[in-house]
Design a protein around this ligand. Structure first.
Ligand SMILES: NC(=O)c1ccc[n+]([C@@H]2O[C@H](COP(=O)([O-])OP(=O)(O)OC[C@H]3O[C@@H](n4cnc5c(N)ncnc54)[C@H](O)[C@@H]3O)[C@@H](O)[C@H]2O)c1
Length: 381
C-alpha cells in the first residue's frame, strides 16, 4: 500500500526486475525524484531482483533499496512494493510481465513489450484481466524538442502533410569486434531483431498521432552474422540489424508516405532519435543529434527553415532552470514522472507513456514488416 511522506507526497514503492543497463538508469532517475517541483507522488526504489550477483550488488549504493532478490517470484509478492519495472531480455517479457500483473502489481514494462505480437497481445490482455496500470518505456518524446515537434504535428497548422520520418539510429555495431550479447540473437531478442530493440522509439509518436500504417514495405538487413562471444570464441548473430519500413498512413482522407527507420549500423550515429513532419504550410524536425535545436519550416512569399535553441522546457517542472538544456537523464525522469502522474489520474493533457494498445500496434507493424520482407512486397495491416 502507498503511504504519505513528510513532504505531503504519496509514496509509491518501486521494485526492479533486471538490474542491467536500464535497471540502473531507472535507479538513477528515481534517485533524483526530489528535483520534480510540486509533484504529488514520491517514487522510491525499495527492491531489486537480478539473477546475477554483481548486478544486484550495484544497487547497494542506492540507500532506499532494502530487498536484494534472486528469484523474481519473491519480489512480485512483496507487500512493500506498488509498481514493478521489468528490464530483462525479450524472451522473458511475457512470463515475467504476466506474473507481475497476476500478483496484483502495476507494471512499467520495457519495450518491445513481449518478444512478438502474440506475446504483446497476451500481456495487454493480462493487464485488462487483472485491472492493473501498465505503460511501456519510450523516453525520447519527453525531450523538449520532441514535445514541440509532437505539438506541431498535432496542431493541424502544417497544411497538407507531405511525408513523415521517424527513426532511431545507432552505430556501435559497425565495429565487428564488438562482442555479441542477447540482443543479437533471435531466441532472446526476437525474430523482429532491431525493430524490437529500437522500433518502439520510432513508432511511439506516429501511433500517438493516430498515424498507424495501412500497409508496410520493409527492407531488412543482416550485416554481421558472427561476432566475438566475449569469452575468446565466436557467436552467431541472426537478428536483423537494420530495418527501413516504408509505410502509408491515412491523414485527412489521403495516404501519406511515412518511413520508420531503425538501424544498429548507421555510420556516425550515437543514439540518434529523430522525428520529422513536412507539410505544405509548415514543417517540423527534431533530432537528438542537435539536442537543443528545433527546426521549423515556414512558407510565405519566401520559404525558410528556422532554428530555435530550446532550453529545459519540460512537461513536469524540475529545479533545473529553463535556460539549461535537457539530456537523456532528464527525459528518462520526465517519462517516469509521466507514468506516475497518469497512474495517479493527474496527467491532464500532458504527454503520456506508451499504452499497452500502442505497444500491440507497434508489434503489428513489425510483424507485417517481417511478412513484407519475406514476400518482397507491401503487406496490408
Ligand atoms: N528504453 C530504452 O531506451 C532501452 C534501452 C536499452 C534497453 N531497453 C530494454 O530494456 C530491457 C533490458 O535491456 P538492458 O539493456 O537493460 O539489458 P541488460 O542485459 O543490460 O540487463 C538485463 C538484466 O536482466 C537480468 N536478468 C536476466 N534474466 C533474469 C531473471 N529471470 N530475473 C531477474 N533478472 C534477470 C540480467 O542478469 C541482466 O542484469 C529490454 O527489454 C530492452 O529492450 C530499453
Amino acid at each position: 500500500m502507498s503511504s504519505v511522506a513528510s513532504t505531503g507526497q504519496t509514496t509509491v514503492r518501486v521494485g526492479i526486475v533486471g538490474g542491467g543497463l536500464m535497471g540502473r538508469e531507472v535507479a538513477a532517475a528515481l534517485g533524483r525524484w526530489f528535483v520534480l517541483e510540486k509533484f504529488p507522488v514520491r517514487f522510491e526504489l525499495t527492491a531489486v531482483c537480478d539473477v546475477q550477483e554483481p548486478a544486484r550488488d550495484w544497487f547497494r549504493r542506492v540507500p532506499t533499496v532494502r530487498h536484494f532478490i534472486v528469484d523474481y517470484h519473491e519480489l512480485i509478492h512483496l507487500d512493500d512494493i506498488d509498481v514493478i519495472y521489468v528490464a530483462v531480455p525479450h524472451n522473458l517479457h511475457e512470463e515475467i510481465y504476466i506474473q507481475v500483473l497476476a500478483a496484483g502489481k502495476d507494471l512499467f514494462a520495457e519495450k518491445p513489450f513481449g518478444i512478438d505480437l502474440a506475446a504483446a497481445r497476451k500481456i495487454r490482455d493480462a493487464a485488462i484481466l487483472h485491472k492493473r496500470f501498465v505503460r511501456c518505456s519510450s523516453e525520447f518524446p519527453f525531450l523538449p524538442g520532441a514535445l514541440r515537434a509532437f505539438a506541431a504535428a498535432r496542431s493541424g497548422k502544417l497544411g497538407k502533410i507531405l511525408e513523415i520520418r521517424s527513426g532511431f539510429w545507432h552505430s556501435s555495431d559497425l565495429d565487428p569486434s564488438k562482442p555479441a550479447n542477447w540482443k543479437r540473437q533471435n531466441k532472446t531478442c526476437g525474430e523482429i531483431g532491431v525493430m524490437g530493440d529500437l522500433g518502439m522509439h520510432a513508432a511511439h509518436l506516429p501511433l500517438r498521432l493516430g498515424w498507424k500504417p495501412k500497409r508496410v514495405y520493409a527492407q531488412l538487413q543482416k550485416i554481421y552474422t558472427q561476432r566475438p562471444d566475449g569469452k575468446g570464441g565466436t557467436a552467431s548473430c541472426d537478428t536483423w540489424d537494420n530495418a527501413m519500413l516504408h509505410t502509408d498512413v491515412a491523414i485527412d482522407g489521403r495516404e501519406i508516405p511515412m518511413r520508420l527507420e531503425t538501424k544498429r549500423l548507421a555510420p556516425g550515429e550515437t543514439n540518434t532519435w529523430f522525428f520529422e513532419v513536412l507539410g505544405t504550410e509548415g514543417g517540423v524536425r527534431f533530432s537528438t543529434k542537435e539536442p537543443k535545436t528545433l527546426w521549423t519550416f515556414h512558407r510565405e512569399k519566401e520559404q525558410w527553415w528556422q532554428r530555435t535553441d530550446l532550453g529545459s522546457q519540460v512537461a513536469f517542472p524540475t529545479i533545473t532552470g529553463a535556460i539549461f538544456e535537457a539530456g537523456f537523464a532528464d527525459c528518462f525522469l520526465q517519462m517516469w514522472a509521466g507514468f506516475a502522474m497518469e497512474r495517479a489520474g493527474q496527467l491532464g493533457d500532458r504527454f503520456g507513456c506508451v499504452t499497452p494498445d500502442e505497444a500491440v500496434a507497434s508489434h503489428e507493424i513489425f510483424a507485417a514488416a517481417l511478412a513484407s520482407h519475406a514476400a518482397k512486397k507491401a503487406v496490408d495491416l
